[in-house]
Ligand binder design. Structure first.
Ligand SMILES: [Mg+2]
Length: 239
């Protein structure tokens, strides 16, 4: 029933959101030095989302957004030293150790024995390639696709490039909005990891009972069981 299985990376295979939460906390600390309150910084979230159209996803976009809002909120009084701190914060985020979730290797090892696996991730190209390398998970994957966004058109282009029919493609990820819904819309399979940490921008709602190829697991450790139950893996697999 499947020709390829694709995985998201950030917050699916390894920790990511935690790094951003720590980054936000440090940014708040810098701005508190200017008498700003935590409530002022909430503006940052909408600012960051607004900037995606210009800078895309990833740490570099996050850093530019922090600098831009710091200039605005301090009435252009932020000290160059603090801008330097924001840039250093970004560099630490870009070079942070990749922490793979427990159970990921077992899942990938089992699936890679039956299917070619693809990683589909959005963000800074250099950063995503480095994390892929540092994760030690490269051996399980036949393909890496770093994309600027995860829309149905982007998935369609990937499927065309690999010559895969949507109904024979499964995407697994923590984001309904980016990993699951666009693939379901094309007629593919989407498996949502419902309990993984997820940035609120990636939330979305699923219309109940509309998608026949929607699957859900609490976490990465439950993926094999869910696929076995649907006949996509193991002895009862349907080809
Ligand atoms: Mg993700």
């Amino acid at each position: 029933m499947l020709d390829w299985i694709a995985f998201d990376a950030d917050d699916t295979l390894w920790k990511n959101e935690e790094t951003y939460l720590q980054g936000r906390a440090e940014f708040l600390e810098i701005l508190q030095g200017y008498g700003l309150e935590a409530s002022d910084i909430h503006k940052f979230d909408s600012f960051e989302v607004e900037n995606i159209q210009y800078f895309g996803y990833g740490v570099m976009s996050f850093v530019l957004s922090m600098i831009e809002i710091a200039i605005q909120l301090t009435g252009e009084h932020i000290h160059p030293w603090d801008i330097q701190r924001i840039i250093q914060l970004g560099k630490r985020m870009l070079t942070a150790e990749v922490e793979v979730f427990p159970g990921v290797r077992e899942v990938l090892g089992t699936l890679a024995a039956e299917y070619p696996l693809m990683l589909v991730t959005k963000g800074d190209l250099l950063h995503q390639e480095r994390k892929f390398q540092d994760s030690g998970l490269r051996e399980y994957f036949r393909a890496l696709e770093v994309v600027s966004d995860k829309t149905p058109a982007v998935y369609r282009a990937i499927l065309d490039r690999y010559g895969v029919l949507p109904e024979r493609f499964l995407m697994i990820g923590n984001s309904l909005r980016s990993d699951v819904l666009p693939v379901l819309e094309l007629g593919g399979w989407g498996l949502h990891l419902a309990d993984h940490p997820t940035w609120s921008h990636e939330d979305d709602t699923l219309k109940e009972g509309v998608y026949q190829r929607y699957l859900e697991a609490a976490g990465i450790g439950d993926v094999l069981g869910v696929l076995e139950n649907r006949g996509l893996l193991g002895d009862d697999r349907v080809d």
